[in-house]
Design a protein around this ligand. Sequence first.
Ligand SMILES: [Fe+2]
Length: 431
Amino acid sequence: MTELDIGMPGLKDRIAAELAAVRERSLVYTDADDEVLTRQHSPLMSPLVWDLAHVGNYEELWVLREAGGIEPLRPEIDHLYDAFRYPRADRPTLPLLAPAEARRYISGVRGRVLDVLDRLDPADPDPLRAGGFVFGLVLQHEHQHDETMLATLQLSRRPGLVRDGELPPGAPATDPEVHIPAGIFSMGTDTVAWAYDNERPAHRRHLPGYWIDRHPVTCGAYLRFVEDGGYRDPRWWLPQGWEWVERSGVDAPLFWTRDGDTWWRLRFGREEPVPPDEPVQHVSWYEADAYARWAGKRLPTEAEWEKACGGREYPWGDAGPGDLGDRANLGHRAARPAPVGAYPAGASPYGVEQLVGDVWEWTDSWFQPYPGFRSFPYKEYSEVFFGETYRVLRGGSWATHPSAVRTTFRNWDLPIRRQIFAGFRCARSED
Ligand SMILES: [Fe+2]
């Protein structure tokens, strides 16, 4: 949503509709037996019931208390749902709200949130309330937790918990690389109303010319790296990456197994042959980086990734995510990435495809602040993660809601993480 929308009639209606939609999504993902919701499926993840109550607690904290000036509803549970208080691995041992109680709590919060929305003056100069920023904050936060819940459901290896759907067919790429000419471009944003602090401020960057893959790297291409002994050859790996390979014993993307000559993958509890034309997912940053070196290329920097989008809110234009149409695989249309070439209408002005949707794309960049960065509304959103620990991912996955991604959106994770819906594309400098 751009600045032009602020204060326009319909803002409150749009927020109310989006709040209802994201809650419906959260309730679908947690429409399971208490046993599924309360157990820990992986030490990397919280129990699903934690995510559910946490989104309500976050909404209470930011919309009701900070923006609405309302007294805490359940102050005694705050510490349980503070993401910085207890590591994920310890959360199952906490006295968490049971599923039915968690549903009651978040619905009680939501009722009051709608009252605060009703009183919202979009022209209010308070930065938390201006343009409904705080509602954008909680909407995106809940969608991000919904994506996390999908990753948890995938890790549970149980069938029947996640909806699948149809996707458009792919098409072979005639020209697998796109040339981006040297020059200055504007990175980040000052105008996207619900952008996070780490996307701000917009600033000018000069990049030399480079080549970038038209599509994300496919499973078929990645398989050639696997079969060429890529996981047994330290030449392709950074020292820390090689150490990780040796320590963890990985020899293929997460959820892949070999049976004779056939490779299978486990997807939401079902085994299926690895689809050669689909972007590879569930690879770590180290694997992406090693593949790129094996292919004679490198990962793009996040500036190269963003420039390839062509300077608009979405690669296909500034039009909002409401008219997604056939432009991208976002918002859990199906529970997998679409084959490459499936979205020519979503190409950037340079002709780079599937930048947004399908798989989060690892970039070569550390998660660092832009020049002039100011923390808002709290340091723990971005600032505490800056440094040389986390690598930036861009573009969102099939599981990302269109309201929770744009060409300036920055995600970050540890270089060993593979449970997220992440893949990559390659780049190379001009000769
Ligand atoms: Fe959170």
